[in-house]
Design a protein around this ligand. Structure first.
Ligand code: NAD
Length: 497
């Protein structure tokens, strides 16, 4: 890992591309307007970025549709497509330092995370889906001898991908992987807080040999370009990761337009449960701390509700505070030793501090943090925060804070923990710490969550599914199942009679 001086020098030299990437070329917004991307660590601008319009979306969708109709990607021989996607992954890896730096400058995550976590996960996602291309099969069914019936799996057409800012590069690659592997043409809309790495992805895809028009990137505001994409009559599907509030809007837009398919990967309020039979409290506390504070708590699967058996509650709170103090401190995100950067912007900082005030008013006990950083006053920082004496009805126990704020609640055994765990509109992830196999399996079966961890947190690889139950949405990223979300089946019946 390079030094702080290296990253600062590189940041000063950066000249990122800030225009849309459409049909293989960079173009300004149709009305040439821009918006400012602000570095949340300093409050200073990073770049002036094209503020897209509905016309820009029309142009990008038309380019995508043309490329799809021509079959330059959708009908390219599978192994040729695979080679381009592999080259695309290689180029992402080779340009990793720049991509990581862009994400860190725009949304504040520590450079050690953007380079050490997001980058390899992004490369892996493109490689994993590249490897599937010539393994996607149809089915021949068992019909009467007078007929032959087979089922083809085909691309959807033009796919709009709308992604959030918390893992800008990785969220884009999780969706691009299956969407490209199944042969679709794409319009990618990054979050306005983190546009620059997505723009680079468009260019790298073409450099890798991808035909122009297959991957287009349009930047701008959600309520302008995001909405125009979701309402577009010639878009066949929206793949979305973001808040539940916007996910619901996208379902409405689909109904108001062409009934396009919509998959949603939305919010969470994930429980981490520590039962009293689990005797290694140090390990459980270390995972619980990482589960809530990594990426500043701006993680859909952040383990923000920590349910601890009453018998070990006080000892656990003590360990949690000691471990958090050792592992997380706010700092300059360009410093490779920093473990917690600023939140994405001042608005998010105010929102998170609003939750802290609300929790204090509702009677929760502030055990740690709950403040802006005095040392880094110009940035959007919030210190690692912990509340105890949280009741299940409190706002801090029910709503997604999306910041470094943990709520610890005492529980009396596994059944009590399960009932609190399931008392949520969300259902993304859940963990349980226990030495008892039957308890672990029962919990895994009964908890309403798409991802369950036993005696760990945030473990997994590309083969594990990513997606939730309830108002976390209906999407499934990463795994082979993701391929089904970007393709459709066709039934072909041949009369042999
Ligand atoms: P957001 O919903 O505000 O924005 C997400 C994307 O939607 C952005 O690109 C934004 O520009 C766009 N958008 C906003 N308004 C729109 C509109 N009216 N029409 C179309 N598009 C619009 O979410 P965010 O603040 O960027 O991200 C944080 C949220 O994402 C959290 O709720 C988090 O839990 C969720 N998330 C979920 C997962 C998952 O896998 N389940 C992963 C990461 C983040």
């Amino acid at each position: 890992m390079h030094t702080l001086a290296h990253w600062r020098e590189n940041a000063a030299l950066l000249k990122p591309e800030t225009r849309h990437f459409i049909d293989g070329a960079y173009v300004p917004a149709s009305d040439e307007r821009t918006f400012s991307s602000i570095n949340p660590a300093t409050g200073r601008p990073v770049a002036e970025i094209a503020r897209g319009t509905a016309r820009d979306i029309d142009t990008a969708v038309a380019a995508a549709r043309r490329s799809f109709r021509k079959g330059v990607w959708s009908r390219m021989a599978p192994r040729a497509r695979m080679r381009i996607m592999q080259a695309f992954a290689d180029l992402i890896e080779a340009n990793g330092e720049k991509l990581a730096l862009l994400d860190t400058l725009e949304m504040g995550k520590p450079i050690s995370s953007s380079l050490g976590v997001d980058l390899p996960a992004s490369v892996n996602a493109i490689r994993f889906f590249a490897e599937t291309i010539d393994k996607i099969e149809g089915v021949v069914t068992n019909t009467d001898v007078s007929a032959l019936h087979y089922i083809l799996r085909q691309p959807l057409g033009v796919v709009g991908l709308i992604v959030p800012w918390n893992y800008p590069l990785m969220m884009a690659c999780w969706k691009l992987g299956p969407a490209l592997a199944t042969g679709n043409s794409i319009v990618l809309k990054p979050a306005e807080q983190s546009s620059l790495s997505a723009l680079m992805l468009g260019e790298l895809f073409v450099q890798a040999g991808g035909p122009p028009g297959v991957l287009n990137v349009v930047t701008g505001l959600g309520e302008e370009v995001g909405k125009a994409l979701a309402l577009h009559m010639d878009v066949d599907k929206i793949g979305f990761t973001g808040s539940t509030e916007i996910g619901k809007l996208l379902l409405i837009y689909a109904g108001q337009s062409n009934m396009k398919r919509v998959t949603t990967e939305c919010g969470g309020k994930s429980p981490q449960i520590i039962l009293s039979d689990y005797d290694d409290l140090d390990t459980a506390a270390a995972y619980a701390v990482d589960g809530i504070y990594s990426n500043q708590g701006e993680v859909c699967s952040a383990g923000s509700r920590i349910l601890v058996d009453r018998k070990i509650h006080d000892a656990f709170v003590e360990r949690f505070i000691a471990t958090a103090g050792k592992r997380y401190a706010v700092g300059d995100p360009l410093d490779p030793s920093t473990t917690m950067g600023p939140l994405v912007d001042k608005r998010q900082q105010e929102r998170v501090l609003g939750y802290v005030d609300g929790a204090v008013k509702e009677g929760a006990k502030l055990e740690l943090g709950g403040r802006r950083s005095e040392t880094f006053a110009e940035g959007a920082y919030v210190e690692p925060t912990l509340f105890s004496k949280v009741m299940p009805g409190m706002q801090i126990a029910r709503e997604e804070v999306f910041g470094p704020v943990a709520a610890i609640m005492p529980v009396d055994g596994a059944d009590h923990a399960l009932s609190i765990a399931n008392d949520s509109i969300y259902g993304l992830a859940a963990s349980i710490w226990t030495k008892d196999l039957a308890t672990a399996h029962r919990f895994a079966r009964d908890v309403e969550a798409g991802v369950v961890w036993v005696n760990c947190y945030e473990h997994g690889d590309m083969t594990s599914i990513w997606g939730g139950f309830k108002q976390t949405g209906n999407g499934r990223d990463k795994c082979l199942e993701a391929l089904t979300q970007f393709s459709q089946t066709k039934s072909v019946w041949l009369n042999l009679g």
